[in-house]
Write a protein that binds this ligand. Structure first.
Ligand SMILES: C[S@@+](CC[C@H](N)C(=O)[O-])C[C@H]1O[C@@H](n2cnc3c(N)ncnc32)[C@H](O)[C@@H]1O
Length: 270
């Protein structure tokens, strides 16, 4: 009932959507500080193989990390200035900094409390976290070689403004590596928004099946985290947020009502 009301209000009033998501991410950064560094549904390769050699300490987050690896695959990040928009609890930006040899990684997020957590938890000389909004990025024109955006844009008040901002802060020739889900009927709009933003499309893939496999494979671990750290009155909400197998969001992917896409785009302006 409450969820339906939230969806209806979000569809009608994008600024309500942004406000509600911001409250939610502030809440979990305040009350759940140490339990997890990633907040995405994950990725499992088609053949179920492990696509990455990880440090043992990173193994529990393998599925979430693999989503980042799938998003950046094919683009060499070494020596580049990388921006992650919607960096959450910093696990992805930290992974890029430690495994992909960039010059710098900057994470930006609208949850000031999540940014504070990131600054406390992730330490590397080339890793920086900032408070800011995807729709008005606090960075100069042509500042970055790569902009990454993982499972965040569905919260934004305006995807158009974000795409235009991503293009503004990218150097000519820079890459915009973007992955998120949409209801199937919203995919045409998303593709139009990307087309209007002026990016050149290098590659697009539907990774829904890979995401669903990861959601299934990671369900038990996430369920245990929720049982251990979240009060029973909020455990259902967290289960939905985490996309546990059997939740409505999981079933929407399985039924094909929601689609998860990965884009590699280029700022081809000269
Ligand atoms: C599902 S989480 C994903 C976090 C991270 N990318 C990951 O995969 O672990 C979405 C993130 O986007 C951030 N976010 C949502 N709307 C935003 C906006 N308008 N501007 C900046 N960050 C935003 C949220 O605070 C949250 O940290």
């Amino acid at each position: 009932m409450l969820i339906n009301a939230f969806i209806k209000l979000s569809e009608r009033f994008p600024s309500f959507r942004r406000w509600a998501w911001q409250r939610w991410y502030q809440h979990i950064a305040k009350y759940h500080q140490t339990e997890w560094s990633f907040m995405n549904y994950g990725f499992l390769p088609d053949d179920g193989s492990t696509m990455l050699q990880l440090d043992p300490a990173d193994e529990p987050d393998r599925h979430c990390i693999q989503l980042y690896e799938a998003v950046v695959s094919g683009v060499d990040l070494s020596g580049k200035d990388v921006l992650e928009v919607g960096s959450g609890r910093g696990g992805g930006a930290s992974f890029i900094a430690h495994y992909h040899s960039p010059a710098t990684v900057h994470g930006v997020d609208f949850s000031s409390k999540a940014v504070k957590l990131c600054r406390q938890r992730h330490h590397a000389s080339r890793l920086h976290f900032h408070h800011g909004y995807a729709e008005s990025l606090p960075f100069d024109d042509d500042q970055f070689g790569v902009v990454i955006n993982v499972e965040s844009s569905h919260c934004y008040a305006s995807a158009d403004k974000f795409f235009s901002e991503a293009r503004r802060v990218l150097k000519p020739g820079g890459y915009f590596l973007f992955a998120d889900f949409r209801a199937v009927e919203e995919i045409d709009l998303l593709n139009r928004q990307l087309e209007i933003s002026g990016f050149e499309t290098i590659d697009v893939s539907d990774i829904t099946a890979n995401v669903v496999s990861a959601m299934k494979a990671d369900s038990q671990r996430k369920q245990l985290l929720i049982q251990t750290h979240v009060g029973s009155w909020l455990s259902g909400t967290f289960g939905q947020f985490a996309g546990l197998a059997g939740t409505p969001v999981y079933e929407s992917f399985v039924a094909g009502d929601m689609v998860y896409l990965r884009y590699c785009l280029r700022n081809s302006q000269v």
